[in-house]
Design a protein around this ligand. Structure first.
Ligand SMILES: Cc1cc2nc3c(=O)[nH]c(=O)nc-3n(C[C@H](O)[C@H](O)[C@H](O)COP(=O)(O)OP(=O)(O)OC[C@H]3O[C@@H](n4cnc5c(N)ncnc54)[C@H](O)[C@@H]3O)c2cc1C
Ligand code: SF4
Length: 511
């Protein structure tokens, strides 16, 4: 009897373990294009659709029988899956462990309804098995990325010496990876890469996906024609090679730097293909380590990159599976203000936010520090509703998936999980932004001004945040200094900051 091997839209790799469990000539692969997800940036939609279509062709080329539900036939994922199972009555539905909770529930529920057995195979898209992470986290009140990262380095023998010590003499080189705008100028201002949307898509599969996105999702944000990423494994490998050959060498140095009109800086832009299965984590790490061994990239850059993948990426995935489904409702700081409209329009006089939001609107991409220290920082300080914030990130980014978004937005950026995965909130005033970017030059606000006309809103909001949450953060050794410093200020000065912050927040416009 035939099995159905279901390949979900973010599992597009020939290493997919569901394929290993099947047999060419006997089993059938099922791929579903559905239209029932929430709103999403059109560039992200084109990427998902084009990558799935190209993968269907690739599977056929390898001799698989493929049933490919097209976006025009299929309003909803569950409906398409149920229809397939009822019509074909396969012996089993075999799928690799889904990356997202709602996908897992859909498979469990539809197979239960139809009486078809469900068999899940282990994921190949993460290095550490899901069950192992859950076991290592059992009963812990708080998880530290650093402990997870060191364990992974040891278990995998990545950048480790034979005596068990880390290569380069340290576990991390963060202090070398924080060059500022001033350093960048001193270094002769190395040129960051050109803008992302400069190439027009030509591939027929991409053109078909663009037409479908414009037909089915006309009201979603962004322009489908601005699609800029490779949608095949071959293209993704080239993207990785280009990063390792050209940008990795400066990745560490300028990892935290933000420059006007330079959306990617020296970042890899591989998250989207990696999250869809077009790349696998170990091959990305191996490519970077080869560059280090060949003397093409310094240890600080390579370790920094390895940390992002086997450290942060694996860690946020583990936290997601540990904490779901309740995690999505986290709101420990009780933030309730609605998301301001300018998160879509970019219409704000704050230069940093206008620039970063403009880039994501045009490209569906921002690099990590823009996401964390501009957008996340603003949402945290302004007390914006975490669920609305989470949904906005999920909608706007080309690499966004619930498994990666939840811990990054609710845990890391918004501290909504009560500090489960970040010991202190990533809160910063304008001093940080003006040191790490050139956004403040030409802004209508003055980053050095704390109150009064022209004072940067980040300065007002920063202290107002510590005022509102003084009790909670006074007892945290990593934030008590800020609370004490706030409390030492004369009351009239504190009242002025509170009033000006209130006026700014009251002026935010939301639908
Ligand atoms: C508020 C917020 C939202 C985010 N949303 C997403 C998202 O939707 N999808 C996503 O993949 N990442 C997300 N991240 C993590 C990180 O910002 C992106 O992975 C990164 O910016 C993608 O760009 P890049 O490929 O150029 O990454 P690089 O800076 O070149 O890093 C290399 C790779 O490391 C991995 N990585 C680095 N940091 C993280 C992290 N914190 N969590 C998970 N993986 C990480 C990614 O796979 C990335 O491609 C978010 C972070 C924050 C603070
Ligand atoms: S002055 Fe303030 S609002 Fe303007 S760019 Fe700098 S940090 Fe942003």
């Amino acid at each position: 009897m035939k099995n159905t091997l279901l390949i979900l839209g973010d599992q597009l790799t020939l290493e997919n373990t569901a394929l290993d469990a099947g047999e060419i000539g006997r089993d059938r692969v099922l791929l579903i294009e559905a239209r029932d997800s929430g709103p999403a940036h059109k560039i992200k939609r084109v990427f998902h659709l084009a990558a799935l279509k190209a993968f269907a062709e690739e599977l056929r080329g390898h001799g698989w029988e493929v049933e490919h539900h097209r976006i025009g036939d299929t309003p909803a994922f569950r409906e398409a899956l149920r229809g397939h199972l009822q019509k074909n009555l396969p012996s089993a539905l075999i799928a690799m462990e889904p990356n997202n909770w709602s996908q897992l529930k859909a498979l469990e529920e539809v197979t239960a309804e139809t009486g078809i057995p469900l068999r899940l195979t282990p994921t190949c898209q993460f290095v550490s098995p899901r069950a192992e992470f859950l076991k290592s986290a059992q009963g812990k009140k708080r998880l530290l990325m650093e402990s997870h990262y060191r364990r992974m380095r040891q278990e995998l023998g990545v950048l480790m010496l034979s005596d068990g010590e880390p290569e380069g003499g340290a576990w991390n080189f963060d202090s070398e990876n924080r060059k500022t705008v001033r350093d960048w100028k001193k270094d002769g201002a190395p040129n960051p890469p050109r803008p992302l949307t400069s190439q027009r898509p030509q591939d027929p599969i991409v053109l078909e996906a663009i037409a479908e996105v414009n037909r089915w999702f006309p009201n979603d944000p962004g322009r489908a024609e601005d699609f800029w990423l490779p949608h095949t494994r071959e293209g993704a490998l080239k993207l990785l090679e280009e990063f390792v050959g050209k940008r990795l060498v400066l990745f560490g140095d300028y990892q935290d730097l933000m420059l006007l009109d330079s959306p990617t800086m020296f970042h890899s832009i591989i998250a989207a293909p990696l999250n869809l299965g077009l790349l696998l984590p170990m091959e990305c790490i191996d490519a970077a380590i080869r560059a280090y061994r060949d003397g093409r990239a310094p240890i600080a850059a390579v370790e920094g990159f390895v940390r992002q993948i086997i450290g942060w990426r694996e860690f946020v995935n583990g936290v997601y599976w540990l904490k779901m489904p309740d995690y999505l409702a986290s709101n420990s700081l009780e933030a309730t203000r609605p998301l301001p409209d300018f998160f879509y329009s970019g219409d704000t006089s704050m230069n940093c936010l206008r620039s970063v939001i403009g880039e994501v609107r045009d490209t569906a991409y921002n690099h990590h520090i823009q996401r964390l220290m501009i957008l996340g920082n603003f949402l945290l300080l302004a007390g914006i509703d975490p669920q609305q914030s989470h949904d906005w990130f999920l909608e706007m980014y080309i690499d966004a998936h619930e498994w990666v978004m939840a811990a990054n937005v609710l845990g890391m950026a918004l501290h909504a999980d009560g500090g489960f995965m970040a010991t202190k909130p990533y809160a910063a005033s304008a001093a940080y932004i003006s040191k790490m970017s050139n956004y403040c030059t030409g802004c209508t606000y003055d980053p050095a001004k704390k109150t009064g006309p022209g004072a940067c809103p980040f300065n007002l909001l920063y202290w107002d945040f510590y005022d509102r949450h003084a009790d909670r953060f006074a007892s945290n050794p990593r934030t008590s200094m800020m609370v004490n410093s706030w409390k030492k200020r004369p009351e009239p000065e504190r009242e002025k900051i509170r009033n000006e912050a209130r006026r700014f927040l009251d002026g935010l416009v939301s639908k």
